[in-house]
Design a protein around this ligand. Structure first.
Ligand SMILES: Cc1cc2nc3c(=O)[nH]c(=O)nc-3n(C[C@H](O)[C@H](O)[C@H](O)COP(=O)(O)O)c2cc1C
Length: 352
């Protein structure tokens, strides 16, 4: 069945790539949502791990943004992901920025987007997650939270708190998105005192809630990153997702002038640098979810050796399709064995 899906994607890819990137993604989601639910092949035992108290059958997740409204959860499970990060979800529905707002840079195997959190809102998403969880628990569901665009800076923490209140009960873990470049002012929330205020508000919204992670931008300077890591340790955060998309262009070898966040291959080296920096500050105390430019098992493995306990991809899936997920699951175990590691956790940070 998996091979049939891979072959279908290979046939459809030229058509999907001939139309606008956002429309093509919407069509892909519609097709995935109609796919019959199947149990993926069992993961190699080396890929099983427990991170922030949650067990994962493999460390590969779908990154935020690919399925913002939980439209195709069962399909991500069928394709073999170990977890999916749904969102960014905002409390109230909002349309996001006006089109055009997503572009492929095919030669760079990259994307630029300025979507600005189009979201059906938390009330629409909650029942879809509940439906999936009533049928399967194999793939873990992470939820990525963001504030509404019109929310004033002094109410941002309250938006995160209401998301936690409504959705905290259906998530394996929560990612607080404070790093999207497409919601004005959001990246200012990465200042340690703002992180403190947001985390305090979220924790107050739900006692004994799921593990709480923050998602950081790749464009943070080294001193700021160190301050954020210190704050994360002090707050006892459960994890850090690194990284979101970058606003850089020339520095990462891209000439395109489209406005928005850049993802994919050109982001990979910087994302890995940030993972290494965070790992050096936090060692084994705060697990890292490594994301940015992963398109193969080697890429995933290098992020893990830089310090990531889990990894995610989005742009790599657009270019490679379902095959990438299978190859990463199969080949990652081989790479671990080659280097004498018995598990993912043995390899975490070995290159940092
Ligand atoms: C079209 C698009 C939409 C995205 N939307 C979100 C989002 O809503 N929330 C978020 O935290 N990250 C979002 N991201 C960032 C990804 O989750 C990821 O951090 C980034 O793309 C780097 O990974 P990649 O190179 O594998 O794509 C988006 C990325 C893309 C390409």
């Amino acid at each position: 069945m998996g091979r049939i899906i891979e072959a279908s994607y290979a046939l459809l890819r030229p058509i999907l790539f001939s139309i606008d990137a956002e429309r093509s993604h919407r069509l892909t989601l519609q097709m995935l949502a109609r796919m019959p639910s199947i149990a993926p092949p069992a993961d190699p035992p080396e890929l099983h791990s427990t991170v922030f108290g949650i067990s994962f059958s493999n460390p590969l997740g779908l990154a935020a943004g690919a399925d913002k409204d939980a439209r195709a959860i069962s399909a991500w499970n069928s394709l073999g992901f170990g977890f999916a990060e749904i969102g960014t979800i905002t409390p109230r529905p909002q349309p996001g920025n006006s089109p055009r707002r997503m572009w492929r840079l095919t030669n760079n195997r990259a994307l630029i987007n300025r979507l600005g959190f189009p979201s059906e809102g938390m009330e629409a998403v909650a029942p879809r997650i509940e439906r999936y969880l009533s049928r399967s628990r194999r793939m873990r569901i992470a939820l990525n939270f963001g504030p509404n665009k019109e929310t004033s800076p002094d109410r941002v923490a309250a938006d995160y708190a209401s998301l936690m209140g409504r959705l905290g009960g259906v998530a394996a873990f929560i990612v607080v998105n404070i790093s999207s470049p497409n919601t004005p002012g959001l990246r200012d929330s990465q200042a340690p005192e703002r992180i403190r205020a947001i985390v305090t508000a979220i924790r107050a919204a739900r006692e004994n809630g799921p593990p709480l992670l923050i998602k950081l931008a790749p464009d943070l300077e080294t001193p700021m990153l160190a301050e954020i890591c210190a704050a994360a340790l002090e707050l006892g955060l459960d994890g850090i997702v690194a990284t979101n998309t970058t606003l850089k262009r020339e520095q990462v070898g891209v000439t395109s002038r489209y406005e928005g966040g850049l993802s994919g291959e050109p982001l990979k080296a910087r994302a890995r640098e940030v993972i290494t920096e965070i790992y050096t500050h936090t060692r084994d105390r705060i697990p890292i979810v490594g994301v940015g430019g992963i398109a193969s098992a080697e890429d995933a493995y290098a992020h893990i050796r830089a310090g990531a306990s889990l990894v995610e991809l989005y742009t790599g899936f657009i270019y490679g399709g379902p095959r990438v997920v299978r190859e990463i699951r199969e080949q990652l175990a081989r790479l671990l064995r080659r280097d004498g590691f018995r598990s993912i956790s043995d390899a975490v940070g070995k290159a940092a």
